[in-house]
Ligand binder design. Structure first.
Ligand code: TSJ
Length: 638
């Protein structure tokens, strides 16, 4: 029959293609975990962002529907419905059923944004229980439906329309994904980032799963300038304006926004075609070269740096600098082990020349800003010199005394780091109980005294002079920053154990901030944990029950009965437990609960905001953050 003739051979090939996706989903979307699940959404949204970049669409809506299906709509031209001559099928059907059909059909769309592996709609289709596409074009609405990649009926016209654009709804396949419940917060973060990276594009996220719809609108006229403003909202900017450079060289489009704040760490995020590049690459190198050269030239020409003084280093100039470097390039090449590092050499030159030229002009036009930055860099230069001396001192010490472990450390006897854990414990009394409670072979205890230094607010030379910090660095064995060597890690589990109250949470956050800034690899590699001491003890007829949350306390009371035979104690601190109780509830590997601290590289700008919001001076953003993340409130220092 004609249907058979038309679809026969092609259809078989198509199904083989999509079948391959279903057999090895990880090859196409990275993983089938919750991360892969969210990638499906980004793959689809990327297509609408392309349409916006091409100049035909200015609004994208994303809905999380009640059944955990996702709808993405845009107000663009609509995917072409005409027959694609090579495939003999409507172009839209090609997009959804043929693997690797990119955006270049029906008149040459300029595809710049690319999903995780440059795959696309057909992969999402193959991994969805069902998917429906509706196209509003020239007054007509078209519909096609697929189930697990298979076409349910030929593209059909379903009526007139006054709209324009593409609507796609899909339900991820439960046979494929380990998890199929979308996280609003995760989608929110990525969509906000996409909106920052595409100025004037309005992206609306709506969660329809609750009693009431939850909606967030992301729309930034200033694009990455507003991104920098957002990242600096918890800090004190050094000057009011955001420095902005934009231009195109060859086929590389470059945008850079930056502003210094009064903190000491650099905070630069780079993107290629709207995808984050945590390992940087040529675009970032070009940017750094430009900054270093331009500021040194300016400082010399204006006598802000004496002839006798050495050049400012890139690090000096970028102290406290928040920046976004975003480029668009038609054929990005990624290198390195994780293929996350941009390799195109033309990107280096393009960024370097655009930033040098425009930054030079900016500094000439804004001498007071230029002076602020140079003064700060000169201070940084001096502090760096002092820090180097402090570090040399600690280094020489370890070289001489080799492994002179801190006296307060109760080390474990096993020497294989894979078996070993170190408990960082707040306070001497809790440290004492922990030392008695521990399993000597594998558990080391390091008690810390008093307040931990807030490394967000302290310059490197002072940080490295701090006793508690020095103690931790020596105990872990890895060194820090450039000297960091994870193979020297002496304990594969670093467990932070603090009281389950506001002060304890504060100390945990300070410790995590230190680790995040000085040894982020430990967090990335999953070596850092938070111990979970119980909140309550219930004693009934000489039997003990421990509850780690209010809910759990309720469950226990329901189970054992609510009457006067219960003695309920609320633990205010670790110190209230004796060694045996501490072991049983918090340290016994068989029974304890540990929370592993996560850090997702794709998310590091958001993590940065979280840390600086929690640790910074400004009260208002912290209060807002806590209100937005209400479920964590009891862990935070308000
Ligand atoms: F790919 C997809 F199906 F996943 C998808 C594509 C999903 C969504 C929500 C939107 C889109 C999409 C595609 N929105 N807009 C477009 N535009 C085109 O495909 C298009 C339209 C016209 C022309 C032309 O040259 O006339 C070219 C293109 C690429």
């Amino acid at each position: 029959m004609s249907q058979e003739q038309e679809y026969g051979a092609d259809q078989i090939q198509i199904l083989e293609g999509l079948e391959a996706v279903r057999k090895r989903p990880g090859m196409y979307i990275g993983s089938t975990s919750i991360k892969g699940l969210h990638h499906l959404v980004y793959e689809i949204v990327d297509n609408s962002v392309d349409e916006a970049l091409a100049g035909y669409c200015n609004e994208i809506n994303v809905f999380i529907n009640k059944d955990n299906s996702i709808t993405v709509t845009d107000n663009g031209r609509g995917i072409p419905v005409g027959i694609n001559h090579k495939a003999g099928l409507p172009a839209v059907e090609v997009v959804f059923t043929i693997l690797h059909a990119g955006g270049k059909f029906g008149g040459g769309g300029y595809k710049v944004s690319g999903g995780l592996h440059g795959v696309g709609a057909s992969v999402v289709n193959a991994l969805s229980e069902w998917l429906e596409v509706r196209i509003h074009q020239d007054g007509k609405e078209y519909l096609q439906r697929y189930e697990r990649g298979k076409v349910m009926f030929p593209l059909k016209e379903v009526g007139p329309t006054t709209l324009r654009g593409t609507h796609v709804t899909f339900l991820p396949d439960k046979e494929i994904f380990e998890e199929t419940v979308f996280e609003y917060a995760t989608l929110k973060q990525r969509l906000r980032e996409m909106a920052f990276l595409t100025k004037n594009l309005k992206i609306v996220l709506t969660d329809r799963r609750g009693e009431e719809d939850k909606t967030r609108v992301f729309h930034y006229e200033g694009g990455i300038k507003e991104y920098v403003e957002y990242l600096n909202k918890t800090k004190k900017p050094l000057y009011d304006n955001i420095i902005y450079c934009e231009g195109q060289k060859g086929n590389v489009y470059v945008e850079v926004a930056m502003q210094h704040n009064d903190a000491y760490n650099e905070n630069v995020y780079s993107f290629v075609n709207n995808i984050t590049t945590p390992e940087g690459g040529t675009h970032l190198t070009g940017y750094r070269n430009a900054i270093t050269k331009t500021f040194n030239d300016y400082a010399r020409n204006n006598k802000l740096l004496k002839d006798s003084e050495p050049n400012l280093t890139g690090d000096d100039i970028r102290e406290g600098l928040t920046a976004i470097v975003s480029i668009k390039i038609p054929e990005p090449q990624f290198e390195g082990q994780t293929k996350q590092k941009l390799g195109n050499s033309e990107a280096r030159g393009a960024v370097e020349s655009i930033v040098s030229e425009q930054l030079t002009y900016y500094l000439e036009q804004n001498p007071s800003v230029a002076r602020e930055i140079c003064d700060k860099a000169v201070l940084a230069q001096r502090a760096r010199e002092a820090a180097r001396k402090a570090r040399d001192l600690t280094r020489r010490k370890t070289a001489l005394e080799n492994m002179a472990l801190p006296g307060k450390l109760a080390d474990c006897s096993d020497k294989d780091p894979r078996n070993c854990e170190i408990y960082i414990v707040e306070g001497n009394s809790a440290g004492g109980s922990a030392k008695m409670a521990r399993s000597r072979a594998t558990q080391a205890i390091l008690p810390l005294r008093g307040k931990i230094l807030n490394v967000e607010k302290t310059r490197l030379d002072h940080i490295l002079g701090n006793e508690e910090i020095k103690t931790m660095i020596t105990a872990f064995g890895t060194g820090i920053h450039d000297d960091f060597d994870i193979s020297k890690l002496r304990y594969h589990k670093i467990i932070i154990m603090t009281d389950a109250d506001v002060d304890g949470a504060h100390i945990s956050t300070l410790l995590l901030t230190f680790l995040y800034r000085f040894m982020p690899e430990l967090i990335k590699e999953g070596h850092v944990y938070l111990a979970q001491p119980p909140l309550y003890r219930v004693e009934r007829n000489k039997k003990m029950y421990y509850a780690y949350s209010d809910d759990e306390l309720n469950n226990i009371l329901n189970e054992i009965g609510r009457d006067q035979n219960n003695k309920i104690q609320r633990y205010k601190g670790l110190g209230e437990m004796d060694a045996e109780q501490l072991w049983e509830t918090t340290m016994d590997p068989e029974k304890r609960i540990l929370l592993r601290v996560n850090m997702d590289e794709d998310n590091s700008s958001e993590l940065e905001v979280t840390f600086s919001t929690l640790m910074g001076d400004k009260v208002e953003p912290r209060r807002e953050f806590i209100e937005e993340n209400a479920k964590y409130v009891r862990y935070l220092d308000v």
